[in-house]
Design a protein around this ligand. Structure first.
Ligand code: DGJ
Length: 511
C-alpha cells in the first residue's frame, strides 16, 4: 500500500494512504503504555472508543526490541499492530532509540553498561545520561535496530497500511549543557565548519568564528540531525514510510541546555533540513499556552504542520479546529490521550518535580471536559472532510481563533459578504472561540465552531442590507448536509456558537 506525503491538487502537502488523503485526528499515549500489550488492551484501546480518533501515536522501545545485542524480538510491535487493526485505528510509531527527551533512557541495558558507547560531557567534564551524537558506533547500532524494525513492519503491514508514519527518536538535544564537551566533540568543534554549512550561511572559519554566541547550538544541531538522518535512512531503505523528528520547544528560561540544545527548535531548522532532508517535517510538542504562535512558527513551506503532542486541556478543541482550518495540518494529537476517559481528579498528574524537569505548564494536563469537547470537535472534522478537502487552501475556507485575552473578535471577508465575529470571553474548562467558515456559494455558508457569535454584513459601500434567509442546524454525512431544525426565529437575531463544537448551514439575502 502506498503511504506518502505529497502535494494534493492545490499543492498542499498531504498525507496520502493508499492514494487517499488522510488527516490524523490522533492522540499520543503515555510513554510506557505500549510496553505491555495486555495493558493496551485493558486501558488504552477501550478508552479511545467513540472519540472519532483515527490514529494513535505509540512508542516502541529499543530496549525491548534488542534485549541482547544482535537478538531482535518484535512481539510487542506485532501485537500492537494486530490490536490497532482490530480497532480500525492507524498507528504512528515513535522510535524510542538513542534519545528520548534528551536522555538515553530506552537504549538496551547492554549498551547502557558498555562505556565504549560514550556519553555527552558538560564543560566540567561530568558525563550526562545522554549517549553522545559523536559516538558513531552507537548511531550505527541504533540505525541497525531501526532498520530491523522497519523491515519487520514492511513484512507485517505493507499490504494493510496500519502503520502510516514513524517519529525517529524523541525530543532530541542536550538538556543540562549547551554542548557536548567530550574530546570527540571538541575535536570537531575546533575545526573549520564543513563545506555544506559554509555554503548555507555564507560563513567560514571554525564554529565560534562562524556562529559566535550560537556556535554550540548550531554545532550540536548539525551532528544530531546527521545522526537522525543516518538512523531514519537505514529504516527507510527497508520500508519507505514518512519520517519526522519532534522538538521540545525553545521556551522559558530560553537558554540552550534549559531546553534540549541541538534539537529541531525553529532557529535550527535550516541546519536540520540540510542534514536530514529525508524527514518530511520537524514537529512541535506544544505544552506552552501560546499554542497558536507555535503552530504558526512550525508551519511554513517545506515544513507541513504535524503536532504529535499537544496540551490536553479543554482549549485543545479550539486548537485542533484551527490547526486544520488555518494551517492544513497533517495531524493533531493531545498527549496522554488514554487519560481523557478518567475523571479529572483520578488523573495521575506527573509529580511537580517531573513537571519542572519537563518544563511543562501544569494546566496543560487539566482534563476537565476535554473528552467531551475533543470528541465533538473530531466528529465535526470527520464529518466535514469531503467539504474540507474541496475548499481548503482557497479563500472560500477561512478559520479563526481567539489568540489572547485581549483578542475580542475578527472580521473575515468573502466574495459578496463580510463576516464579523465576536469572541466569547475565556471561561475555565471550556474551549476558546474558534471556527471554520466555508463559503459554498455566494449566498450560502457552512459554519462550524465554538464560543463565538457571527454576523454577516454587506460589503462596504453597498446600499443593501444583509439578513439570514435560512438558518439550519444539522449534520454532515459524507459531505452531504442533513438539516435538523430551521432556526428562523429568535435564534437568528444573533448566531451564537456555544461551547460544544457545532455547525450550521446559512443562506443569506440582501434587500
Ligand atoms: C514530552 C515528551 O515527548 C513525552 O514523551 C512526554 O514525556 C511528555 N513530554 C510529558 O509527559
Amino acid at each position: 500500500m502506498n503511504i506518502e506525503i505529497k502535494p494534493d491538487t492545490l499543492g498542499i502537502p498531504t498525507l496520502f494512504v493508499d492514494n487517499t488523503p488522510f488527516f490524523i485526528r490522533g492522540g499520543e499515549i503515555h510513554n510506557s503504555s505500549a510496553s505491555s500489550p495486555d495493558y493496551m488492551n485493558s486501558h488504552v484501546w477501550p478508552s479511545i472508543q467513540e472519540m472519532h480518533i483515527n490514529t494513535l501515536i505509540i512508542p516502541i522501545y529499543w530496549e525491548l526490541i534488542e534485549p541482547e545485542e544482535g537478538r531482535y524480538q518484535m512481539v510487542t510491535v506485532e501485537s500492537i499492530i494486530d490490536q490497532a487493526r482490530s480497532y480500525g485505528i492507524k498507528i504512528v510509531f515513535l522510535w524510542f532509540g538513542l534519545w528520548k527527551n534528551s536522555e538515553s533512557m530506552y537504549i538496551p541495558g547492554w549498551m547502557k553498561k558498555d562505556s565504549q558507547y560514550f556519553r555527552v560531557r558538560t564543560i566540567h567534564g561530568e558525563p550526562l545520561n545522554i549517549i553522545s551524537p559523536f559516538c558513531k558506533k552507537a548511531i550505527a547500532k541504533d540505525a541497525q535496530a531501526f532498520s530491523k524494525v522497519m523491515s519487520f513492519i514492511k513484512e507485517k503491514d505493507s499490504e494493510h497500511g496500519t502503520v502510516i508514519m514513524m517519529q525517529v527518536e524523541n525530543e532530541i538535544g542536550i538538556l543540562g549543557s549547551d554542548s557536548d564537551y567530550s574530546d570527540e566533540a571538541q575535536h570537531l568543534f575546533n575545526q573549520d565548519i564543513p563545506e555544506d554549512i559554509q555554503k548555507l550561511y555564507s560563513v567560514t572559519g571554525n564554529w565560534t568564528k562562524a556562529f559566535a554566541e550560537n556556535a554550540q547550538e548550531m554545532f550540536m544541531a548539525y551532528y544530531y540531525a546527521s545522526a537522525v538522518c543516518e538512523i531514519s535512512r537505514a529504516g527507510q531503505e527497508q520500508y519507505n514510510l514518512p519520517c519526522y523528528a519532534n522538538a521540545w520547544l525553545k521556551q522559558y528560561p530560553w537558554y540552550p541546555g534549559s531546553y534540549p540544545c541541538g534539537g529541531p527548535i525553529r532557529e535550527t531548522h535550516a541546519v536540520w533540513k540540510l542534514k536530514a532532508p529525508n524527514l518530511f517535517t520537524l514537529a512541535p510538542d506544544i505544552y506552552v499556552p501560546y499554542v497558536a504562535d507555535v503552530m504558526h512558527e512550525y508551519s511554513y513551506e517545506g515544513n507541513p504542520l504535524f503536532i504529535p503532542e499537544v496540551r490536553k486541556d479543554a482549549v485543545t478543541t479550539s486548537y485542533c479546529l484551527y490547526a486544520f482550518g488555518k494551517f492544513n495540518a497533517i495531524g493533531f494529537a493531545p498527549f496522554g490521550i488514554e487519560d481523557l476517559i478518567l475523571s479529572p481528579n483520578d488523573i495521575e498528574k506527573p509529580p511537580m518535580e517531573v513537571m519542572l524537569a519537563l518544563n511543562i505548564d501544569p494546566s496543560a494536563f487539566d482534563i476537565t471536559n476535554s473528552r467531551m469537547y475533543l470528541s465533538a470537535a473530531y466528529e465535526l472534522l470527520e464529518s466535514m472532510e469531503p467539504l474540507y478537502l474541496s475548499y481548503r487552501g482557497t479563500n472560500h475556507l477561512q478559520s479563526y481563533l481567539k489568540q489572547s485575552e485581549t483578542d475580542f473578535g475578527t472580521f473575515l471577508t468573502f466574495e459578496h459578504f463580510d463576516l464579523s465575529i465576536a469572541y466569547a470571553p475565556k471561561s475555565p474548562s471550556k474551549p476558546v472561540a474558534a471556527g471554520i467558515i466555508i463559503e459554498l456559494e455566494p449566498h450560502r455558508f457552512f459554519v462550524a465552531g465554538v464560543m463565538s457569535s457571527l454576523s454577516f454584513r454587506s460589503k462596504p459601500g453597498q446600499k443593501m442590507k444583509t439578513e439570514i434567509l435560512r438558518l439550519e442546524e444539522g449534520t454532515l454525512m459524507n459531505g452531504t448536509w442533513r438539516p435538523g431544525r430551521t432556526l428562523n426565529g429568535d435564534e437568528k437575531i444573533r448566531l451564537n456558537l456555544g461551547d460544544m463544537p457545532t455547525c450550521y448551514m446559512i443562506e443569506l439575502f440582501s434587500y
